[in-house]
Write a protein of this length. Structure first.
Length: 401
């Protein structure tokens, strides 16, 4: 029995040592490839939720923005999905069945092209920066741009797009691009963009043409990208590359908001009608949209959105066919979720005054009180930024709400 006991004791020690080595190797492997072993928490349910404020306006009787609270907002739950961009090829052919439809023949060529390729939803990435969502990111600033508009991106980097650390986390900036629309310019501009991205590391680019109708592609590509790479980003500001933004006011407004809220705030259009005049940029033929009015939507010059809503919005948008006007399409996706976009007077996506000749559109004291103003070319943006952040004396701070 003594010999058997000693033998058993030896075997027992060997087994324990083997198990210890196995655990150590596993831990080491996981430390080398962390993304392969992360488990996603369960997805938030795609419930139909009603907006808390049916009027569509923020209620704030005391001031334009709410006071800062010390408590940090909780981190939103990450939904399931691929951990990397999973589109690697562009194998999408035209839907020639549409060309035989009688109604199709009467459409303008650009609408025919849009409809025959509308089923092509996702394209490969050419430039990617998932590290922008690493760590504690409080606000992700996302700017729609075009490959030829380097001057606009540079002006934004020097002004409101400058990254910073807020009391609640990082503020980081990204630009969304497709490829040059003219074939003969594509290789040249792509080389310039690659150099720009090496300098700044802030460009997301996909392999589709940058065109007006493809702005909707830019929306759904960003939402999919955000769903994959940004499980802990709390809020998103999304805007054009010709707007003036006041980051201090954005952060002050967000101070007591929660990333789980159905927060979608901007310059909201209610009961807007489809434009039927063919010479208008936003013309929509009746065969493409037959209803009398659009659902509420925010002007695309700039809006704020909660990170939790963005993840749900990605899945809602995938249930709809693409629409050629990106602002309206997002309104349709919000309608799927029964989320009402909220109007805020601090978002001026049609200028402070719709009269382009109004002095208000050039008055820095108004700009200092706003969140977003559209639109300013690069030289005017740099000049206005200098005025707003210089020794500016205003009679009073404008109380919008």
């Amino acid at each position: 029995m003594g010999v058997v006991g000693a033998l058993w004791k030896t075997v027992y020690k060997s087994v324990c040592l083997s198990l210890a080595l196995l655990v150590a190797v596993t831990v080491f492997q996981r430390s080398l490839t962390p993304h392969q072993f992360l488990q996603e928490p369960p997805p938030p349910t795609l419930e139909l939720q009603k907006a808390q404020n049916p009027s569509g306006h923020l209620v704030n009787p005391n001031s334009f923005w709410k006071n800062t609270k010390d408590a940090a907002a909780p981190t939103p739950t990450a939904p399931p999905g691929p951990r990397t961009w999973d589109i690697s090829t562009t194998n999408c052919s035209a839907n020639i069945n549409l060309t035989h439809q009688p109604w199709f023949q009467g459409l303008e060529p650009h609408f025919q092209q849009f409809l025959t390729y509308r089923h092509c939803r996702y394209f490969p990435m050419l430039l990617n920066h998932p590290e922008k969502c690493s760590g504690a990111v409080y606000l992700l600033v996302v700017v729609k741009s075009v490959i030829t508009q380097h001057d606009r991106r540079e002006a934004i980097r020097q002004t409101w797009g400058r990254e910073q650390e807020s009391g609640r986390g990082a503020v980081r900036t990204l630009f969304l691009l497709g490829t040059a629309s003219k074939q003969e310019e594509r290789a040249h501009y792509q080389q310039l963009l690659a150099y720009e991205d090496r300098l700044y590391g802030d460009i997301l680019q996909w392999d589709f043409l940058d065109s007006f109708f493809n702005l909707t592609l830019k929306e759904i590509h960003f939402l999919k990208w955000f769903d994959i790479y940004c499980p802990h980003v709390q809020f998103i500001f999304k805007g054009d590359d010709d707007v003036f933004v006041n980051p201090t006011n954005l952060l002050e407004f967000l101070a007591d908001r929660q990333p789980q809220e159905d927060l979608f705030v901007g310059d909201v259009l209610q009961h807007a009608r489809p434009i039927r005049k063919k010479d208008n940029k936003y013309y929509i033929p009746g065969v493409l949209y037959s209803k009398a009015s659009y659902p509420p939507y925010a002007g695309g010059g700039g809006f704020l959105m909660a990170g939790g809503l963005a993840r749900r919005l990605h899945r809602a948008c995938d249930t709809l066919e693409l629409y050629p006007i990106d602002d309206v399409f997002l309104g349709m996706c919000l309608e799927v979720l029964s989320v009402q976009p909220t109007a805020h007077e601090g978002f001026k996506t049609f200028g402070i005054s719709r009269n382009r000749n109004s002095r208000m559109n050039k008055e820095p004291c108004f700009f200092r009180s706003m969140l977003v103003v559209h639109k300013l070319p690069p030289a005017e943006l740099l000049a206005m930024w200098g005025l707003v952040h210089g020794n500016l004396t205003c009679a009073r701070r404008l109380q919008v709400l």
